[in-house]
Design a protein around this ligand. Structure first.
Ligand SMILES: [Zn+2]
Length: 333
């Protein structure tokens, strides 16, 4: 029987009931508690963004793993450890996404720091168990806006335990934000469904899109194993080229946080057999866009992905996305 192994379980045991009755370490007096904001550190941007939405002006939220960086391979630096140690609370994805940070997170949790996995509330039935991961769950839950809504709920609960005085604010913020995620989910379903069935195949550099595929009904084929640590074999490339040529797939996709050499090999391979397949665009898989931009938010990230995929594969979606906020597509895309 497969279990949710790794740091989640270890840390929850280590942290115990730390959330209950814990007070913000920066709030030395009640007066200071009212003006000072909680200092929260998150691992990836997608987690930081939902914490920011739920916490509102009650917290300052920073993330360690930035734009364009692969969380599967990320090793924390000394200054990351310092940032974790000085935070009032820490949020991470879990399900072993932050594979090389596990030891550090366990250490920080054991020291008494409040550490929380946002995927904790997801039922095992809702999680995918790809064969390639042999016994582990797929960590890329944010690719399904409806499932990620549960992570928002986990954040609201955690913050309310941590800071009960602001619980009503956290509830209200989470409620408002979950409505936005519902709209996002409906938009992605609609635009992906507009792609003709035979062409509705998402081919990209790594297996980050399994939840996207399940939620939005598109076949997903990654070139390499779930973690970017494994190299794709020539056989994998050839198998995909066969499929691209046979089904006349018009576009394959690169990702901002993963090297694109394997995707380019597909384009070359198809070309050698007389079929033109283009790079349909750059998707956000394990990291969001530039901080301060729409694509640098979780909603902007998924809007970007759904819009680009739909348009490149022959479906219909507004060029600037669900809210008209997406950046203009760069020339050539
Ligand atoms: Zn990934």
């Amino acid at each position: 029987m497969m279990r949710r192994t790794g740091i989640g379980a270890v840390m929850m045991a280590a942290v115990g009931a730390a959330w209950v009755g814990a007070s913000c370490s920066r709030a030395s007096t009640p007066a200071a508690a009212r003006v000072e904001r909680h200092k929260i550190t998150a691992t990836v941007g997608m987690v930081a963004d939902i914490v920011r939405e739920v916490a509102g002006d009650r917290a300052e939220v920073a993330n360690i793993i930035g734009e364009g960086v692969d969380p599967h391979l990320y090793k924390p630096t000394r200054s990351d450890v310092a940032a974790l140690m000085s935070a009032d609370a820490i949020f991470y994805n879990g399900l072993m996404l932050e594979g090389k940070m596990a030891d550090t997170l366990v250490k920080v949790a054991t020291s008494g720091k409040k550490v929380y996995a946002v995927t904790e509330l997801l039922d095992e039935k809702e999680l995918l168990e790809p064969e390639s991961l042999a016994g582990h769950f797929d960590p890329h839950v944010w690719m399904d806006a409806s499932a990620w809504s549960k992570a928002v709920e986990a954040v609201a609960r955690a913050l309310s335990e941590f800071d009960p005085g602001s619980a009503a604010t956290y509830r209200a913020n989470a409620e408002r934000y979950r409505k936005e995620l519902e709209a996002l989910h409906a938009y992605a379903r609609k635009v992906i469904a507009s792609i003709p069935r035979e062409q509705r195949v998402l081919i990209t550099a790594h297996d980050a899109f399994n939840y996207f595929g399940r939620a939005y009904d598109i076949e997903v084929l990654g070139i390499q194993g779930l973690s970017t640590e494994s190299e794709a074999g020539l056989a994998d490339i050839n198998r995909l080229v066969d499929l691209i040529v046979a089904r006349k797939i018009g576009a394959v996709f690169v990702e901002t946080s993963v090297a694109d050499k394997n995707v380019r090999a597909l384009v070359e391979g198809a070309k050698a057999r007389g079929h033109e397949v283009r790079i349909g665009g750059s998707l956000f898989s394990d990291a969001m866009g530039k901080p301060g931009t729409y694509e640098g938010t979780y909603i902007g990230m998924i809007d970007h992905n759904a819009t680009i995929i739909a348009r490149a594969l022959g479906g219909e979606a507004p060029q600037r996305g669900m809210n008209g906020k997406l950046a203009e597509a760069p020339a050539g895309e």
